[in-house]
Design a protein around this ligand. Sequence first.
Ligand SMILES: C[S@@+](CC[C@H](N)C(=O)[O-])C[C@H]1O[C@@H](n2cnc3c(N)ncnc32)[C@H](O)[C@@H]1O
Length: 304
Amino acid sequence: MKMNIPHPIPYQGSKRQLAATILRYLPAQMDALIEPFAGSGALSIAAASKKCCKRVILNDINPALMTLWQFLVHEPERLANFYERLWMAQSGRERTFYDLVRKRFNQTHHPGYFLYLLARCVKASVRYNAQGEFNQSPDNRRKGRQPEKMRDDILQVSHLLRHNITLLNQDYRLVVKTATPDDVVYFDPPYQGVYASSDPRYLTTIDYDIFVDELSRLNERQIPFIVSYDGRTGQKKFGQPLPLSLNLMHIELDAGWSSQATLLGRVERTYESLYLSPALMAKIDLPPPTLFSMRQLVLFEDMV
Ligand SMILES: C[S@@+](CC[C@H](N)C(=O)[O-])C[C@H]1O[C@@H](n2cnc3c(N)ncnc32)[C@H](O)[C@@H]1O
């Protein structure tokens, strides 16, 4: 299901396409929606557009990303102007201009440069070298989003969030300490396993056992939460499913056709797992099953 929500930060792994579907599993009202792995914050933007949360807390371990969020929310005109100037200045020399901006970003860490790089780089994917410098290459087919469209999205998101947002730059474990049973925590950690080691799209990966322990503690505290974690394309699974001991409801969301399988001549759909905590389940009526593919976790485990 598509929903027209602004999405100013291009970001690989963004939940933009699934946000409207995931929203269906949130309670009609909540105090804070907390995203400890914020990225582009697609779900929070969707939830704020629907006015189903009083405030949002966005956290990410990537400092450049959170500085960009600060700038975007609190100085939207300046960010939009900055992006527009860069976008116009690249005309006719896109390749060399990208390298220049990347160099400037690594020297200054200015968030305006970061937005331009995300708009122009391969798969909007954040990569760093061993020195911590951004080293992703440009996608030479992309000029980056048109400045007018970017401006609209920036202004809309700032307008939606500026009075009710907290922005943090910490490890996810610190952020959930303040959650209450009136909040909902949405976890969308970096993809696990093969992707993380051979193609490090994200700054870091997280430890499975530590993550499971954190979720278990949230269950003890009756904190409602949702997790996006693993999935499959056709029968090929990616990532390790969360354990039965957490007592989570497991749902598979249809995330569309797999472009990689299509390239290889196979027609396969990708399904992303969504796990709902017991405290969350107590607050929602599950949407009708015709609109999604749903299995209890035990069935999924039988397939492994
Ligand atoms: C899959 S992305 C989140 C995408 C997001 N849901 C969106 O809509 O754009 C995962 C994010 O987790 C962040 N991250 C990785 N390790 C983290 C940690 N230990 N604590 C907080 N954030 C972390 C990464 O920087 C990355 O932005």
